[in-house]
Design a protein around this ligand. Structure first.
Ligand SMILES: [Zn+2]
Length: 294
């Protein structure tokens, strides 16, 4: 069972521990360019372990909204190289390296993606930030790397990492380019299945098989969405074609700033209202909210 609770409404800081239950907090729920609800980065907390899934350009600000800083978060898991997911990692790397008396944070990352993240994104701001160091810095100078292992679930191959009581199952998604017809043709991007209870799509184009495959296994699902058709995310319109029993365990996140003005994006449809509850979903994923699993 799970409960939805309001948190940090009076400015108090979010504790990075729980009494043993699994807690999911979206520090932002908006799209890449959202200005109202920050970007879709997600804190997973259980017992005295936690992981921040993605830290975008607004990630450090979104943490600050909850009374936290990039020095408090000790474990990161980046899903892909768009700036709303990794744009805050340079701040994480440099703040941790140049703040006295603090150890390197952990990063859960596959080998395939580690080189891309470093060489195409983080190296630019981090590699030569010390004079006379003798060699360029590497990702491992900033983070302890934690490596997921190969696993199989129902005959399909995934990766998994167990961080204390938190198990992250990692799966590739088909996100970009928009012409990719398989994950093999796509740039690196991944979704997450947490403790085999909570499924988070990660950024993905609409791919009905993907949520349907996990619908039987997951207690609650979070799917990214966009409020228009086309591009590199699953549109609301496409998600409406999922079976009713899949939609009814699904919250939507990664929505644009006009989510609450359905007249601007849902008015032309006779198939949906733009109110996700009326349309058979669990609702919009909310900020300052904990999804607690017991
Ligand atoms: Zn993306």
């Amino acid at each position: 069972m799970y409960e939805v609770k309001e948190i940090c409404r009076n400015g108090e800081s979010l504790p990075l521990t729980t009494d043993g239950s699994l807690r999911i907090v979206f520090i932002g729920t908006g799209s890449a360019f959202a200005k109202r609800r920050r970007q879709s980065n997600i804190l997973v907390i259980q017992g005295n372990h936690h992981v921040l899934i993605d830290c975008g350009t607004q990630g450090p600000l979104a943490l600050n909204d909850l009374g936290l800083s990039v020095l408090d978060v000790r474990c990161y898991h980046p899903t892909h190289s768009h700036a709303d997911h990794i744009g805050g990692l340079e701040e994480v790397a440099l703040m941790n390296r140049y703040t006295p008396n603090i150890s390197k944070p952990d990063m859960i990352i596959l080998r395939d993606y580690q080189d891309i993240l470093w060489s195409k994104s983080l190296a630019g701001g981090c590699e030569y930030c010390e004079a006379n160091q003798g060699r360029p810095l590497q990702l491992t100078d900033f983070f302890n790397i934690l490596r997921p292992k190969n696993i199989e679930i129902e005959g399909r191959k995934f990766w998994a990492y167990k961080h204390g009581p938190i198990e992250l199952v990692i799966m590739r998604t088909r996100h970009f380019p928009d012409t990719a017809i398989s994950v093999d043709e796509s740039q690196w991007c991944s979704g997450i299945f947490i403790n085999r209870r909570v499924w988070i799509s990660g950024d993905t184009m609409f791919d009905a098989d993907y949520p349907i495959r996990f619908a039987n296994l997951a207690e609650v699902m979070f799917h990214d969405t966009q409020l228009f058709f086309g591009g590199v995310h699953a549109s609301y319109q496409e998600l409406m074609t999922l079976p009713e029993d899949v939609r009814k365990k699904m919250y939507l996140y990664h929505y644009g700033d006009n989510w609450d003005k359905p007249e601007t994006w849902a008015a032309g449809s006779d198939k949906y209202t733009g109110d996700p509850v009326k349309d058979g979903f669990l609702g919009w994923t909310e900020q300052r909210t904990a999804y607690d699993f017991y």
